[in-house]
Design a protein around this ligand. Structure first.
Ligand code: PLP
Length: 390
């Protein structure tokens, strides 16, 4: 098929749920991807913060191949070794001793919500405005952006939304039926909004004082993206439950809900399940991904390159009035504009760089954690050219 035939097939037969860029991705390696016509792109979006160890990372590919030759899937009625190894590693590197495996971020959040309700026996979850927690009915309702839920009413009950970084609003929203507060420490889809450290500490205290669980949605921020393995580590807090997905499998779909030993007691056999959750192929890919992050010191690179990226972007902020803010953590960085950002994304693509725009006017940069200075220089040089043409 040529590019046009691929796009025509999507048009004809794939539900129109995405605004797609006109590129047919054919292959990639590291921070480069190539389309079907042979054009090369420098990838500063990494499949929405998924390819944290780069496209087709050699060790991840090798692990997938090796596992595929042994067993691809077996049901959760049996045990498998890659999944046991992954559970061991997650327990070792986090504050949580128990995990439930699933296939996506929304699913990881669904499990978190169900576990919180089952453990506490209460129903209400408080989340933040501008948050994003997924596309299932429960997670779309948890999401604090009406445009994602309004068309799908009736919505499941039990969710309240309050302004982000506003501790008084959070305190006022708590009721006798509140079972959990669920937050991102950096709102990715909502516009790269970073929580204040004091706010997160105060939320943790509110939870503690009111017997409420703290759930941190780390689907976008986790697995090294913000310079620590989990972004909550930057805030000196200890959540009861976190959800992971995107970066965990090196590109292979996987979700994980991590819970403390105590809270994990909420689930008993039969309470929750997922046919593909804990799939050995996905677990093998995740084991390789976590090894690469550790062995190649990608957390250090993420911190260093994130700092450099922000410095370079700030030079553009000084140069162009319409750049109103540069913010983020590690390699999840937003460039806020005083205008819509869609055109900038298109023009960057035409120059061979893939970026994204979220919340209408915030350019989102989320390259692989293996990114190097010269890639950042190339991206910033192209962005400078695009800005100069606006
Ligand atoms: C913070 C957060 N939570 C949940 C999700 C949903 O993840 P998925 O698309 O894998 O269901 C996303 C996706 O962007 C996200 O950013």
């Amino acid at each position: 098929m040529n590019s046009q035939e691929v796009m025509d097939s999507y048009d004809k037969h794939v539900l129109h749920t995405y605004g797609r860029q006109p590129i047919v991705v054919d292959h990639g390696h590291g921070v480069k991807v190539y389309d079907l016509d042979g054009n090369e792109y420098l990838d500063f979006f990494a499949g929405i913060a998924v390819n944290n160890v780069g496209q087709t990372n050699d060790k991840v590919v090798e692990a997938i191949k090796e596992q595929a030759e042994k067993v691809i899937h077996c049901s959760n009625i049996y045990y498998n070794e890659p999944c046991a190894k992954l559970a061991n590693t997650l327990a070792e590197v986090s504050d949580f001793s128990k995990v439930f495996f699933s296939n996506s971020g929304a699913e990881a959040n669904e499990a978190a919500i169900k576990l919180a309700r089952k453990y506490t026996g209460k129903g209400e979850i408080i989340t933040a405005l501008k948050s994003f927690h997924g596309r299932t009915m429960l997670t779309v309702t948890a999401t604090g952006q009406e445009q994602f839920s309004k068309p799908f009413k009736p919505l499941p009950p039990g969710f309240k939304h309050v302004p982000y970084n506003d501790i008084k609003a959070m305190e006022d929203a708590i009721s006798d039926d509140t079972c959990a507060i669920m937050l991102e420490v950096l709102q990715g889809e909502g516009g790269i909004n970073v929580a204040d450290k004091k706010y997160m500490k105060d939320v943790e205290k509110l939870c503690h004082d009111n017997d409420i669980l703290l759930i941190v949605d780390e689907v976008q921020t986790g697995i090294g993206r913000c310079g620590t393995l989990f972004a909550y580590e930057n805030f000196d807090i200890k959540p009861d439950i976190i959800s992971l997905a995107k970066g965990l499998g090196g590109g292979v779909p996987i979700g994980a809900t991590l819970a403390t030993e105590e809270v994990s007691k909420g689930f008993v056999p039969g309470d929750h399940g997922s046919t593909f959750g804990g799939n050995p192929l996905a677990a093998a890919a995740a084991n390789a991904t976590l090894s690469v992050i550790k062995d190649e010191n990608l957390l250090d690179n993420c911190k260093e390159m994130g700092k450099y990226l922000k410095e370079q972007l700030n030079t553009l902020k000084d140069k162009y009035d319409f750049v109103s803010d540069v913010r983020g953590l590690g390699l999840l960085v937003g460039v806020e504009l005083t205008m819509e950002g869609g055109d900038v994304v298109d023009k960057m693509r035409e120059k061979g760089v893939l970026i994204n725009c979220t919340a209408g006017n915030v350019l989102r940069l989320a390259p692989a954690l293996i990114i190097e200075k010269e890639d950042i220089d190339t991206m910033v040089e192209k962005l400078d050219q695009v800005f100069a043409e606006l």
